[in-house]
Design a protein around this ligand. Structure first.
Ligand code: NCD
Length: 307
């Protein structure tokens, strides 16, 4: 992989994805082998929005590679609270760390940060923009469960504000995948993403009704309605709970269907589904560690030469 930063999934070619996924599989098979690979490397964590999985799995990945993290902590406890700009924050943290993981509520924040620093910036979510490291672990999980070519993937929920959706949709255009987008009219994929998918020659269909497409799917990627991005609460209430996956939903699906979700879920997947063979979301969350180990290994240096 020949990139300094990971900002959007648009920058990932099929070869890039396969390089990361293959390396992640090697780490998965033999986690101990990575123990000394990046001893003394420090990863800077700058999270301006809540996170459990992304932050903790980046931290776990850094430690499993022999490195460590320096963490800005919460916005409340940092100098951001005193009015420090993002540009200043990242320029300071650059002096402490070998790479920066950034999550920020503003779309384009990671790109902006990358203009100010020389160390690799990994976009861990920029508003309703992108979340490319999530996409790599989504692809890893899909590859394990269904393979990445000749499949149909349904993506349901908040396609407008869901950054995991935007990144996944772009990355899937590298593969022979039919993409079915299921949402209420008001939460359709943004026009810019639809345009990019069209330009990439993607096989795309849009639906409002999940039942119509469900039996044809190999993978169902469920997403949370992104309440925090709605300009007004009434708009959120109007679409909340629109799609809820239950055991009954699964009865109409293919026996081999894999249900994914980037998590956290609110109520879009009923807890009863957790015991079904289709439930893949916790496995997906665990895959965040080997995939982020692979990503860091490649972006932090020597790994790139071994690719
Ligand atoms: C997602 C995010 O932050 O975009 N979470 C994650 O990183 N696993 C999805 C979400 O918040 O709904």
């Amino acid at each position: 992989m020949r990139h300094d930063h990971l900002l959007t999934a648009k920058q990932l070619s099929r070869a890039d994805v396969e390089t990361v996924l293959d390396r992640a599989a090697a780490f998965d098979a033999d986690p101990g082998a990575a123990r000394e690979l990046h001893a003394d490397k420090l990863l800077g964590l700058c999270f301006f929005e809540p996170s459990t999985r992304t932050k903790m799995s980046f931290e776990t990945a850094a430690k499993r590679l022999g490195g460590d993290v320096v963490d800005m902590g919460s916005v409340e406890s940092s100098s951001v609270k005193k009015g420090e700009s993002l540009a200043d924050t990242v320029r300071v943290v650059e002096g402490y760390a070998d790479a920066l993981v950034l999550r920020h509520p503003k779309q384009g924040a990671a790109k902006m940060a990358s203009d100010f620093v020389d160390v690799p910036v990994l976009n861990a979510g920029d508003g309703a923009g992108h979340h490319p490291s999530q996409t790599l672990l989504d692809l890893y999980t899909i590859r394990e469960r269904a393979g990445l070519d000749g499949i149909s993937v349904g993506i349901v929920g908040d396609l407008k504000y869901g950054r995991t959706v935007h990144s996944l949709a772009h990355a899937l255009t590298n593969f022979d995948v039919r993409q079915h987008f299921v949402s209420p009219e008001s939460l359709r994929l943004p026009r810019s993403v639809r345009y990019d998918l069209h330009e990439a020659g993607a096989q795309v269909r849009e639906h409002e009704d999940l039942d119509a497409v469900l039996p044809n799917l190999d993978v169902l990627y469920v997403t949370r309605i992104q309440r925090e991005r709605f300009p007004d609460e009434e708009e959120y209430e109007a679409v909340a709970g629109e799609y809820r996956i239950t055991e009954e939903t699964l009865a109409a699906a293919d026996d081999d269907l894999a249900v994914l979700h980037p998590l956290p879920r609110v109520d879009e997947i009923a807890p009863e589904v957790d015991d079904a063979d289709a439930a893949t979301y916790f496995e997906q969350a665990h895959n965040g560690v080997p995939v982020r180990m692979a990503l860091l290994d490649l972006l932090l240096g020597e790994g790139g030469d071994r690719a």
